[in-house]
Design a protein around this ligand. Structure first.
Ligand SMILES: Cc1ncc(COP(=O)(O)O)c(C=O)c1O
Length: 440
């Protein structure tokens, strides 16, 4: 598409670097101006196919759906904010009641906040209060957020924790990352050594099970590299939690809200958690975090937990409108995801057969990742290659996001036009082809 970094783009990036604290900005020059349908437009009117959904926030389309915008505008004219944790109002409760219809029986309480990290922070605090136990078990590769409780559970990249410790009482165990098994075993002959490890090491030598409040887990690791564990891993965690009176906390922030083809990603494993957390797509493009607890766990004391913006009237109106859309069109959405997932998996697996640098293709629904390696045999992480593929694809008109050490996320909006999806995959393949030629 002949993308060029013009002066306006250069100026915008220079001003960002001058005035803003550095975050994780990608190293390609995307300066976003608007989004429409399956496309992102930059400030110089360059158009890109979006395979990033702005970090899994627009599961149902860039700039969200017309009905969502209408509900948000209507609420803004009435009242933008209502101090929901102090005064009663109907909108956020309508949303909570509708949300609970998506949960298994027995789930009855909702806490609203503003982000994934806050949703996990609340889950951590609730789990400790409910169980009266201090410790938590989480996983290497996990990303649960960047505030202190959540950051204590995050173990995705050291740069996220560097210089910021000490952290809370969290012990980490290896996640079931079968492509790079930390025990150098093969699934299924491994006999789920990673589940055994939890019993034999952290819970036998470090944190007494009866002092451990919860196991926090992502059903598919997102930031950690789009890692899909075997069913037995999640089943094993449920069993450990049950055997020891711990809670299983399921972080659905990235994998949830239909991304894997089911509302709850954990349902793909036939397991139920005790606490679920959401953010990203659930707010329909506005900031929302949600923590949902099993009714039998009880409630908080008045004043124990609250915030200023949780249950914000405008955000809740948008979230409820989007949830209404999802519930009304569930069958079509589910079958659409299956169809699109097949298209993507087939194309990516063909690429894996064709190119030495595509080491692994994995995913559920439209939460799909490809892992880039130097070569299939050594599996040496293809970090530079991965970065070059993302850059080349961007210059070809496709926005992607990295994950883990050397993976790429393929997370288009769930109802992406199939021709646009194919075109995006063409651009990706062309980028892989070029990088793979240069790396020979
Ligand atoms: C699984 C998961 N949990 C929690 C978070 C933190 O969410 P937020 O950035 O909204 O705080 C993220 C963000 O990427 C995530 O992917």
């Amino acid at each position: 598409m002949g993308f060029k970094v013009d002066n306006r783009i250069k100026r915008a990036i220079a001003r960002d670097r001058k005035f803003m604290i550095t975050t994780t900005k990608e190293d390609f020059p995307l300066v976003v101006q608007k989004a429409e349908g399956d496309y992102i437009y930059d400030i110089s009117s360059n158009r890109f196919i979006d395979f990033s959904t702005f970090i899994s926030v627009y599961n149902f389309g860039d700039n969200s759906r017309a009905e969502v915008r209408k509900a948000i505008k209507k609420q803004m004219d009435l009242l933008m904010h209502s101090a929901f944790t102090d005064y009663y109002s109907e909108g956020p409760v309508n949303f909570a009641e509708n949300l609970l219809k998506m949960f298994p029986k027995g789930f009855g309480r909702v806490f609203l906040s503003n982000s994934g990290t806050e949703a996990n922070e609340a889950a951590l605090k609730f789990a400790r209060i409910f169980t009266k136990r201090p410790y938590v078990l989480a996983f290497y590769g996990a990303f649960h957020g960047r505030t202190y409780g959540s950051l204590s559970m995050t173990a995705s990249k050291t740069v996220q924790r560097e210089g910021a410790g000490p952290f809370g009482p969290v012990v980490h165990a290896p996640y079931a990352y079968c492509y790079r098994c930390p025990f150098k075993l093969e699934y299924p002959s491994c006999g789920m050594a990673c589940v055994d490890y939890i019993k034999k090491y952290p819970l036998a030598k470090e944190i007494p099970p009866k002092e451990t409040a919860a196991i926090f887990v992502e059903p598919v690791q997102g930031e950690g590299g789009y890692v899909v564990p075997p069913k037995e891993f999640i089943e094993g965690l449920r069993e450990i939690a049950d055997d020891n009176g711990m809670l299983l906390v399921d972080d659905e922030v990235q994998a949830g809200y239909m991304r894997t083809g089911k509302f709850l990603a954990l349902d793909n494993f036939g397991v139920k958690a005790d606490i679920y957390t959401f953010a990203k797509s659930i707010g329909a493009g506005l900031p929302m975090g949600v923590t949902v607890t099993r009714s039998a766990l009880g409630d908080m004391k008045q004043g124990a937990h609250a915030n200023t913006f949780g249950g914000n009237a405008t955000v809740a109106a948008g979230a409820d409108a989007l949830l209404g859309y999802v519930r009304k069109n569930m069958d079509r959405i589910e079958s659409g995801i299956k169809e699109r997932s097949k298209i993507v998996m087939k194309r990516l697996n063909d690429m894996k057969d064709r190119y030495e640098i595509v080491g692994d293709v994995r995913g559920i629904g439209l939460m799909i990742g490809i892992e880039i390696v130097k070569d299939k045999k050594s599996k040496t992480p293809g970090i530079e290659e991965r970065n070059r593929i993302i850059k080349e694809a961007f210059e070809g008109g496709l926005v992607l996001l990295p994950a883990g050490e050397c993976s790429i996320r393929i997370i288009p909006q769930l109802e992406i036009d199939k021709k646009v999806l194919e075109r995006g995959l063409d651009i990706l393949e062309e980028a892989i082809r070029r990088v793979s030629l240069n790396s020979q």
